[in-house]
Design a protein around this ligand. Structure first.
Ligand SMILES: C[S@@+](CC[C@H](N)C(=O)[O-])C[C@H]1O[C@@H](n2cnc3c(N)ncnc32)[C@H](O)[C@@H]1O
Length: 388
């Protein structure tokens, strides 16, 4: 796992309100929606035939999947795997019984994997008929082999900016996944808002995508190949945090991050020196107000039960927030809320409430910078593992 987020999950999202896009704070120069949809459809339906045709590593998976995922992948039909253009591993373990929705499923690889992990139902949405045809071709036989109920693995045509239009009902998913797709959308706020609506309370959007270290200039954004390769539409990381917060997803958690190599010299020049990374984020749909815009300390703790299959020894909520099984960990109010109010709740024992506020949550347990804290208190606090 290459991930530079500091231990203790320090970076909290900035406070925002309203739609960051319409406020002009960011993302105000995407191409016209229909224009972009057509170009992307052409790229994935006609220009690319397999992942070998890609010009950058943006649309290829990074890192070695977990052994449980590898075992599931071994059962996925070869034609589906050949047309995989994802940039990460957005299917978490422990999803048996959950309703899964994949935004921009392409040929369906992650849907097939989610089905193999025991999801109650899996729906893939994509707008490119050629990709959907591959996803659907093998679904019946695969579902039968996996012993899935009729219709439990299905693929629907539609745009991820209009999930209701694609037949996705509000609150009908426990887990929304997506792999290297949101960057391709000309209307990212609509995608995030739609994911929020599609999720049931306590659900999670768990998705891998490409991010940039800056806002790209007009020329880069207008480059069709750069867009198709998942780079020109990549969100500047801080703009992503703002958009996520505006959609209701406070406190995004980064789980994996890996740099992306732009191998083609012309594309690298067109990108104007920007650096890109594939990042898997976790966004939780909790009741409004439960997630604060900074980690706060209420003296709460959490213990992981070791009950997620494949994560028997430890569980990573994010890059810096890893729970060893059976070990009590100090947690911020936000982490306590995620672990007690999301689909992860059966796997954690969370103690304490918010009746007593101890200040901002810091890794050392001492957020107040003005002293007046005994050496003993500092030592005792830093000896315990913690998780903002
Ligand atoms: C980089 S590929 C990733 C496909 C798939 N997630 C995978 O991992 O192989 C992007 C996919 O997103 C789809 N897509 C892009 N923008 C979309 C949109 N606005 N609505 C629906 N599908 C979209 C494309 O048709 C294409 O299949």
């Amino acid at each position: 796992m290459a991930c530079s987020q500091k231990k203790g999950c320090g970076s909290a999202p900035p406070a925002t309100s309203g739609d960051a896009r319409s406020s002009g704070a960011c993302c105000n120069s995407y191409p016209e929606p229909d224009d972009t949809h057509g170009a992307v459809q052409d790229y994935y339906g006609r220009v690319l035939t397999t992942s070998a045709d890609l010009k950058t590593s943006a649309c290829t998976a990074s890192g070695r999947p977990h052994p449980v995922i590898q075992a599931a992948l071994a059962r996925v039909p070869a034609e589906v795997l050949d047309k995989f253009y994802g940039c990460g591993a957005p299917v978490p373990l422990g999803i048996a019984g959950l309703r899964v929705l994949d935004l921009g499923c392409g040929s369906g690889r992650d849907c097939y994997v989610a089905a193999a992990l025991g999801a109650a139902s899996v729906t893939g949405v994509d707008m490119t008929p050629a990709q959907l045809a591959v996803a659907r071709r093998h679904a019946g036989e695969y579902a039968q082999r996996q012993g899935l109920a009729e219709g439990a693995l299905r693929f629907v045509e539609g745009r991820i900016e209009d999930l209701e239009g694609a037949g996705v009902a509000p609150a009908s998913a426990d887990l929304v996944i997506s792999n290297c797709v949101v960057n391709l959308s000309p209307d990212k706020p609509a995608v995030l808002a739609g994911a929020w609506r599609a999720l049931a309370p306590g659900g999670e959007m768990h998705f891998s995508d490409v991010y940039a270290d800056r806002r790209l200039d007009e020329a880069a954004r207008a480059d069709r190949t750069l867009w198709g390769e998942c780079l020109a539409g990549a969100l500047y990381l801080e703009d992503f945090r703002r958009l996520a917060a505006a959609a209701g997803f406070a406190d995004p958690r980064a789980l994996h991050a890996a740099p992306i190599a732009v191998r083609d010299d012309a594309l690298a020049a067109a990108a104007g020196g920007a650096r890109f990374a594939s990042i898997t984020f976790r966004l939780f749909k909790l009741a409004p107000g439960l997630l604060e815009n900074a980690p706060e300390d209420y003296g709460q703790t959490a213990v992981y039960k070791g009950s997620v299959p494949g994560h028997e020894d430890a569980y990573a909520l994010d890059c810096g927030c890893v729970f060893e099984t059976g070990r009590s960990v100090r947690v911020s109010g936000n982490t306590a809320a995620i672990l007690s109010s999301s689909w992860l709740a059966p796997h954690f024992e969370v103690s304490g409430d918010r009746s007593r506020h101890l200040g901002r949550f810091e890794e050392s347990g001492v957020g107040w910078p003005l002293g007046n804290v005994s050496e003993d208190a500092v030592g005792a606090a830093s000896a315990r593992p913690c998780c903002s």
